[in-house]
Design a protein around this ligand. Sequence first.
Ligand code: SF4
Length: 384
Amino acid sequence: MALEIVTKNNVRDRYKSPERPDVWKDTSDKDWNNWVWQQQKRIKSMEQLEKVIHVNEEERNAFAQSHEQFNMGITPYYASLMDKDDPNCPIRLQSVPKMGELFIHPAEMEDPLGEEKDMPVPGVTHRYPDRVLFYTTHNCPVYCRHCTRKRKVSDPSSAAQTAQLEAGLKYIEEHKEIRDVIISGGDPLSNSDERLEYILSRLRAMDHIEVFRLGTRNLVTLPQRITDSFVQMLRKYHPVFIHTHFNHPKEVTRETFDACTRLADAGCVINNQMVLLKGVNDKAEIVKELNHKLLMMRVRPYYIFQCDMSQGISHFRTPVETGLEIIRKLRGWTSGMAVPHYVIDAPGGGGKIPLLPPDYLIGHEGKTWKLRNYKGKEYEYIEP
Ligand code: SF4
């Protein structure tokens, strides 16, 4: 069904649709804009990929040696954002295997955030007192090469079956201290609307549950998934928060603008969780451009995550100083709304720890606080 986009001003005109590669030039708009068609036509082999971009030797070798451990999967829409000649294109880096994946640093772990050890029942991580992570599928439209959950994702045999889902719902129902459920995966929007509605309605019927979060990258990799019927369904279960994962301004298009508009118009609050990735977004000007574009789509830049200790991603990892420098170059130099929290998700399950460049608070003597502003100028604040 055609979707009406409510925004009538000139903001939408600033967002452009990607040009379709030749291989999909004759595809009808009806198919192209259909999320099921996009899922069915995902690129999973070198042969398919070579029809879209000029694959180089490294990518070919990396695919051959890695795809049995961690599949490649790329929607035609996301592939249409790729630069066909540039292997360092940020979209290619995130979705096409590189040789760096084959190197496992001794400090890297299969389960870097210790999610399995805090699992009272399979499919639910309960670490903090009042909130849980609830895994509902292990599929995603695009398998991100930097994924934290490589151990599960892309392996359909490990996906949540009905019995596991029911056991998870039962656990949440019995634990009245839980008020916030993060519905995750994989990507929960890989579930059908019917399955998602079943989960949301069961949770909403529990009096102790206050908010849901849907952790999804579909806005970035398959924005066609955000249909009218999907957002109408979500309206029944508010408050619903969407936590998404844009990493680069190139990922922001007319399609993502429309998807975010539909969700925001339906009353969802959308937050972005960027992962800091070498060669993709490790420069302040890239992060600033991304965050400005996100705000115009009513998406709040929420976190910058330091790349975690997942196996085979050391080629993406930046020094911590890179993240601190990005924050220094954002805070004060642009709207506070465009400055996310820079955090490290502590290895082994320590939770998210915010990193604040230490320069702003110099110290204090009694009630006199010595401060430094974003330009390096010093001030005193005396508590009355
Ligand atoms: S969408 Fe999320 S869970 Fe899926 S591969 Fe990407 S980072 Fe991993």
